[in-house]
Design a protein around this ligand. Sequence first.
Ligand SMILES: [Zn+2]
Length: 482
Amino acid sequence: MRLVTLIRRFAFMAVAFAVCTTVDAQNIIYAGPDGTPTEGERCSTPEISPAQQAAVDAYLENFLAENPDAVNRQDTYLIPIAYHIITNTTGAGDVSDSDIEEQTAVLNGAFASMNIQFETASIDRTANNSWYTAGPGSGAESAMKNALAIDPASTLNFYTNNPGGGLLGWATFPDGCESCTYHGVVCLFSSLPNGTAAPYNEGDTGTHEVGHFVGLFHTFQGGCGPPGDSVPDTEPEANPRFGCPVGAVSCATPDPIENFMDYTDDDCMIEFTPGQGDRAHVQMAAFRPTMWVKVPVELVSFNATLNEDLVSFEWVTSSETNNSGFEIQMLADGQAEYSVLDFVAGHGTTTEVQHYTYTAGGLPSGTHMFRLKQVDYDGVFEYSNELEVTVGVPGTHVLESVYPNPFNPEATFRFGVNAQQNVRAELVDALGRVVSTLFEGSVSADAMQTVRIDGSGLPSGVYMIRLVGETFADAQSITLLK
Ligand SMILES: [Zn+2]
């Protein structure tokens, strides 16, 4: 529900403030934590000066020239979030785990077009009256972040508290100090999804502040003139907009009312532009490289089921990046190397769960190994776990040819059965006498047996191998030639 009528605006102009390029004093009014209308700032992320902006832009331009792959929109990057929920000592300010998960989901929806995704890595809760009301730049903020920050180089630290003054949140821009504990975002606890800070209670304060965290300026940065917000495809905007005045014009073209980096209501903010995505990629690659990790192809399962000589494979991925597909590889019984059975195309880049199936038919009997070779578009590959599958023996049993034949003094042969039973293999001479027992024991149906014949103490001649199970008997002749 939008409570537009609660919004009151103070239209100070940016030029009225010597140190700011944009309007800082435009206040919003929303339902405060105690339910009464509260007046404050939409965002208190520090403004940067035109000189600082120019220096950052020059650095990024240089970085991109040296790292042309830095804007890589084929890959998706995954940023872990450590949530730190600050309450006061009476418990005010708590946020449920499910609302935190909704906040992560809101971020994933908003940043999907940028190929940036998030996961809730940890949640901790701290009762501290000083930190509960910590505002931007305060000693309490530093103390809170120094105490609670988790691995700032690889993790987005997301704090919630009640900073007072009606402030909804603030963030830190990428600056190259990867492990500095001051990095992160702070949001009014009741701005998270299902909070009470209507019309700012759908989680887009988080989206907006994380937008700063990945390097985006306000859409009204710099007003109407270049370089604006240093993004070529966001329309210039003289001042922040509030409510949802779609179509309003403050420069030459309609203002980017629905952009997450404006100041409009949560249900009005619906988009980042492609240019903002590109800028976030460059900023993160340049200034937060440790955190800038691609979503890998996460193979969560790989299984096989056997139906006579058909082997059906199923595998599931939880996410994929740049995934060309999967080679199904087989190490056939008795072979030394894997060979490729077939190729199944992947889904490129996705954070959705994907299911795959493949059926191989006409496989020879024997115990084979199978694996997947996952191949990226750029040729990088990775192997799955290996599966062992024994393709059944047709009929009751199989007795393979002895090799070599004739032999001197050794030869081998293999046999298998289709049901577990006791089997005996004997070497019988031309007169029908058993000259040696080659094998005796219980044989299961899932493996071929290899049997060695040693003829070193026997004279040349024709012999029989006699194979006797509980459900069959078989034989083949073999010649010892010394
Ligand atoms: Zn902001």
